[in-house]
Design a protein around this ligand. Structure first.
Ligand code: ADP
Ligand code: TPW
Ligand code: MG
Length: 579
């Protein structure tokens, strides 16, 4: 009897043919495009999608908050040139992921936020569905492109468009809306397989116009005090050899922006990193490579840039970036690899280096600044100041140049950026264009997952708090991440007082003597409490050697920092009262 029943069922299925559904089409479409890692928080309607992804051999990493999953996806896009995927539930989960999506777009990182959504009919009539929200409309102004798929047969197209939009041209964040109903839609398996698209040449090379190269070379040739500025677009482009060759062949001093540090080692003789003020003020021609003239470069004008008239050459894939803040004398539009190669070819074999007076002036400044700094980095003050603590960590990165350095905070960010030399490309990951706090743990997790290298996250105590719960995630996946919390009991300083004299502490002050190391122990990781540079050094070396999740609570003098680190000048000043 039983056998006959099974036989009949089998025959019926044969008749309709094998079936697939929305869940499987999403998975197949991603895998077809070599996307195998997902950063997510489960829940209705995507819990089963995550499970099925895992069953199909994808790596699905669950976070404690979507924002951190989103930051992980964003930085994985930066590191791999493939869109990082963040998967969330509807409304609140979607909104939690949205900050990271906007951050990815602002930083030109390719990322796709995939969110489940509620019943379209109910959402559009605003009838109060479970987690109702018009997510597509909300995402649109915050990302590079936003798509919704309503029919299972369009899933292949939807994912192909999202991938291509994320990585082509100027990379950015993409929103992909997948209604719950879509995932359960059924279709013929063969037709489903045929509907999938493998994206060919997702980020095609964009060759610069030959005349733009000639123009740029002419401007550079006539320069007396030229400067190259490398931005994180140059790091993203993975044209490391070409950039190295251009810098050395031209003989032009260069300044790396924060996340471009290490593209050439910070100890390179042409690095003007330790003479930043001088080169910005005194240069006469500046070539920007994958860097924007935004607030981080004082918009290319004002006091920072001095009185010396400047000409700008700008290499960027986004034509609209040109003239955004000042006139660009020689715009070179194309992908960095192709543009740099064309510049190298055009330079020929008899390119004259910049005048020796300029090079010598910079070298003298670099040398005197480094010499002045050296003793401060060796100080053994207790409690530690930023210099003492970072002097210790600086040596660790020098000895272990493959380590990825994640960094956020105010003073913790500014001092770490200037003190710790980087030796290899894409090893420094930080707060990016917005200076956003909270990227730390998501970034550290993705860095470990995507590269397999050890990660050292240097975090202000405030900065750490934004994503601190993800240390459970770090322990759960047993990732080689060492978090160092620079604990100065507060935002900027631990010394603020409540101006009203009331019993609440100041707005910038946290609990004194907090033991962040004990949080790590709660999840089975290693927690260490340190008060001196030597202890710090030992703890971090041991953590990296062991590869075990570690949190080092590093006590920093609560008086050592300054308001907003190095950008205090951006705070508006009240003319009425300043207490
Ligand atoms: P930084 O903050 O380091 O100064 P920005 O984020 O301001 O860097 O600038 C990065 C720039 O790099 C963006 O204008 C972006 O369009 C550009 N870019 C990104 N990828 C490429 C690429 N492959 N080729 C050319 N330009 C790129
Ligand atoms: C999402 C504003 C900038 S820096 C900072 C805050 C809150 C924390 C600085 O304290 P920390 O570092 O990390 O302890 P330190 O060494 O100076 O004590 N919300 C977001 N982003 C930003 N940038 C802020 C608030 C801010
Ligand atoms: Mg602090």
């Amino acid at each position: 009897m039983g056998d006959t029943a099974t036989q009949i069922q089998d025959e019926e299925i044969q008749e309709v043919g094998a079936l697939t559904d929305g869940f499987h089409l999403v998975i197949d479409a991603l895998k077809l495009n070599d996307i195998n890692t997902i950063y997510n928080v489960p829940g209705i309607p995507i819990t089963d999608l995550g499970r099925m992804m895992q069953a199909e051999g994808m790596r699905v990493l669950s976070f404690r908050h979507e924002q951190n999953a989103g930051y992980a996806a964003a930085i994985s896009g930066f590191l791999t040139q493939k869109p990082g995927i963040c998967l969330t539930v509807s409304a609140p989960g979607f909104l939690n992921g949205l900050t990271a999506l906007a951050h990815a777009t602002t930083n030109c990182f390719p990322m796709i936020l995939i969110s489940g959504s509620s019943e379209r009919e109910i959402v559009d009539l605003q009838q109060g569905d479970y987690e109702e929200m018009d997510q597509l409309a909300i995402a649109k102004p915050l990302c590079k492109a936003a798509y919704r798929v309503l029919h299972a047969e369009d899933i292949g197209i939807g994912i192909a468009r999202a991938i291509r939009a994320a990585v082509s041209g100027r990379p950015g964040g993409i929103y992909l809306d997948l209604p719950a109903k879509l995932l359960a839609q059924i279709m013929d398996a063969e037709a489903g397989a045929k509907s999938l698209i493998k994206v060919i040449d997702a980020a095609p090379r964009q060759l610069p116009a030959p005349e733009s190269i000639e123009r740029a070379l002419k401007v550079l040739k006539n320069a007396k005090r030229p400067l190259i500025i490398l931005g994180k677009g140059a790091a993203y482009a993975q044209a490391d050899d070409e950039i190295h060759a251009l810098v050395e062949k031209s003989g032009i001093p260069y300044l790396p922006m924060s996340m471009a540090k290490g593209l050439l080692p910070d100890t390179h003789p042409q690095s003007a990193g330790a003479a930043r003020s001088l080169v910005l003020k005194e240069s006469d021609v500046v070539m920007l490579i994958g860097a924007r003239l935004n607030w981080l470069l004082s918009h290319g004008k004002g006091k920072t840039w001095g009185d010396q008239p400047k000409k700008f050459v700008q290499v960027d894939i986004e034509p609209k970036e040109m003239d955004s803040n000042v006139e660009i004398t020689a715009p070179v539009v194309g992908d960095i690899g192709s543009c740099i190669q064309a510049l190298l070819d055009g330079m020929g074999n008899d390119w004259a280096p910049p005048p020796a007076a300029w090079i010598d002036e910079i070298s003298d400044k670099v040398e005197s600044n480094i010499t002045r700094m050296a003793p401060r980095l060796q100080n053994r003050n207790m409690p530690m100041d930023y210099h003492g603590a970072l002097g210790a960590l600086r040596t660790i990165i020098k000895d272990r140049p493959d380590t990825i350095l994640v960094n956020e905070g105010a003073n913790t960010l500014d001092f770490t950026r200037s003190i710790i030399d980087m030796y290899k490309p894409r090893k420094r990951l930080d707060v990016g264009t917005w200076g956003v706090m909270g990227v730390g743990m998501g970034t550290a997790i993705a860095a470990a997952v995507e590269t397999g290298h050890p990660v050292l996250a240097v975090e202000g105590d405030s900065a750490f708090g934004f994503s601190g719960m993800e240390i459970e995630t770090i322990c759960r996946y047993n990732l080689p991440v060492c978090v160092v919390v620079f604990n100065n009991s507060g935002i900027y300083r631990g010394t603020g007082v409540n101006p009203s004299g009331g019993s609440d502490v100041a707005t910038t002050v946290f609990v004194k003597d907090a033991r962040y190391d004990k949080m790590m122990e709660a999840f089975g990781g290693i927690g260490v409490h340190v008060t001196s540079p030597d202890e710090l050094s030992r703890a971090v070396n041991a953590a990296i050697d062991s590869g075990k999740p570690t949190l080092v609570n590093a006590v920093i003098d609560e008086k050592a920092g300054t308001e907003s680190g190095r950008i205090g000048n951006l705070n508006p000043q009240s003319v009425v009262s300043k207490k």
